[in-house]
Design a binder for this molecule. Structure first.
Ligand code: SF4
Ligand code: SF4
Length: 386
């Protein structure tokens, strides 16, 4: 038959998905609420349909799954699913099924190789991991002398813009004499990108190796700059016997402020709106600590966007999307910065290096004047002393 328009149905696909998700995909009854609540519907005429992806697998086909890579794993849909289906977990499992069939997007295998060879997803040499900190004389973590291990992460180690987040946090810790150490070139990649892209066995390997490094170094409390690292340490490293306590830096600084160990003296006389990063807010209910820090800074007027907290719109950078092209006109961050501008704020504060990149791109592409994107830690470092 020439140009036959047929495909073979695979009876075992659904079983495979159920096995990968411990049966969590089973309750899906095809209502489509997830599709209706997905932000892709706001930027594309055609929505991104999780319902359809699941249905195809139920019917026994993995064809036409290109859309699968669109998911930013923002979890916006999950709280609305009437059956409590963990959509992000399903997406990761479906992506793994595509890896097994070598049907993945171009460029993704080299990303895996970068983590394998370079210990980072940014295609940067491991020898450059601590280049940003050469003049800082950072102490190597020692559990007998340090309260916390400061986990810098790959993005704040290699991305020039994100390095300022690490510099700012170190400035604050030093100003308030909080004993901290780092792992320097021995710091392992947390593996978050690999997990979100669905290479589940490789993520497990990375997590096991990372957990061992932290165990061998006697890490008690680990403070992460990125909510993405924080989330995997908190929610996925227990599967490989995590024995340290992960905290996001906002959580840590808010607790120090509460005990009176951290006070800001200079004022920051700006109208600030806060963008909740998905992996701090929706995924880990980290809504209060960032706002507490901002409210403790003299002069800050905090205003909320139309969608905030649990309903905050994703910046578009999660789920491995930082490494994929998003067509102009389809970027969530363009919508988000317009929401921010509508509040009359002149600063969008956030607490994630991916959000910083996406929101800054959004401000530029929308041509919004007078709206600055800053991480909370950068604002805090600016108001340290009189
Ligand atoms: S909202 Fe839940 S039950 Fe409805 S289609 Fe989506 S995953 Fe399935
Ligand atoms: S996790 Fe976010 S991007 Fe993915 S399907 Fe749900 S709402 Fe859409």
């Amino acid at each position: 038959m020439e140009n036959a328009d047929y495909f073979v149905l695979d009876d075992e696909l659904w079983e495979e998905l159920l096995a990968l998700t411990d049966g969590e995909a089973a309750p899906c009854f095809q209502c489509g609420v997830c599709t209706a609540s997905c932000p892709w519907g706001l930027v594309r005429g055609e929505t991104f349909s999780v319902r359809k992806l699941i249905r195809q697998v139920q019917l026994g086909t993995l064809n036409e799954q290109e859309d699968l890579w669109l998911c930013t794993t923002c979890s916006q849909c999950e709280p609305y699913c009437p059956r409590g289906v963990p959509v992000v977990e399903i997406i990761q499992a479906l992506r793994y099924m595509m890896w097994k069939r070598r049907a993945i997007l171009e460029g993704l295998p080299s990303l895996l190789w970068s983590v394998y060879w370079n210990n980072n997803p940014w295609f940067q040499p491991p020898s450059q991991r601590t280049q940003w900190a050469l003049t800082l004389d950072l102490p190597t973590y020692d559990p007998d002398h340090h309260d916390i291990l400061l986990y810098i992460g790959c993005t704040a180690s290699y991305d020039r813009r994100a390095q300022n987040l690490a510099h700012s946090l170190i400035q604050i810790l030093r100003a308030f004499q909080i004993p901290f150490g780092v792992l320097g070139e021995d710091e392992p990649c947390c593996g978050e990108t690999i997990l979100r892209l669905g290479h589940l066995p490789y993520f497990k390997e990375i997590a096991e190796a990372g957990a061992k490094i932290f165990r061998d170094r006697g890490v008690g409390k680990l403070v992460a700059i990125s909510p993405h690292c924080y989330d995997v340490f908190l929610n996925h490293y227990p599967e490989v016997n995590r024995d340290f306590e992960p905290l996001h830096y906002t959580e840590y600084l808010a607790s120090v402020i509460e005990t009176g160990g951290l006070k800001f003296q200079k004022t920051f006389d700006r109208k600030v709106t806060y963008h909740d990063p998905c992996y701090l807010g929706r995924r880990n209910q980290g809504y209060e600590a960032p706002r507490k820090i901002l409210e403790s800074i003299p002069g800050v007027t905090l205003v909320e966007m139309e969608n905030s907290g649990m309903d905050a719109l994703c910046c578009g950078g999660g789920g491995g999307r930082m490494w994929m092209e998003t067509a102009p006109g389809e970027r969530f961050s363009d919508l988000r910065v317009q929401e921010a501008a509508a509040t009359g704020a002149n600063v969008i504060a956030t607490a994630c290096p991916f959000c910083i990149t996406c929101l800054e791109d959004g401000v530029k592409s929308m041509g919004i004047e007078g709206l600055e994107v800053l991480d909370i830690v950068e604002i805090a470092a600016q108001v340290l002393q009189k």
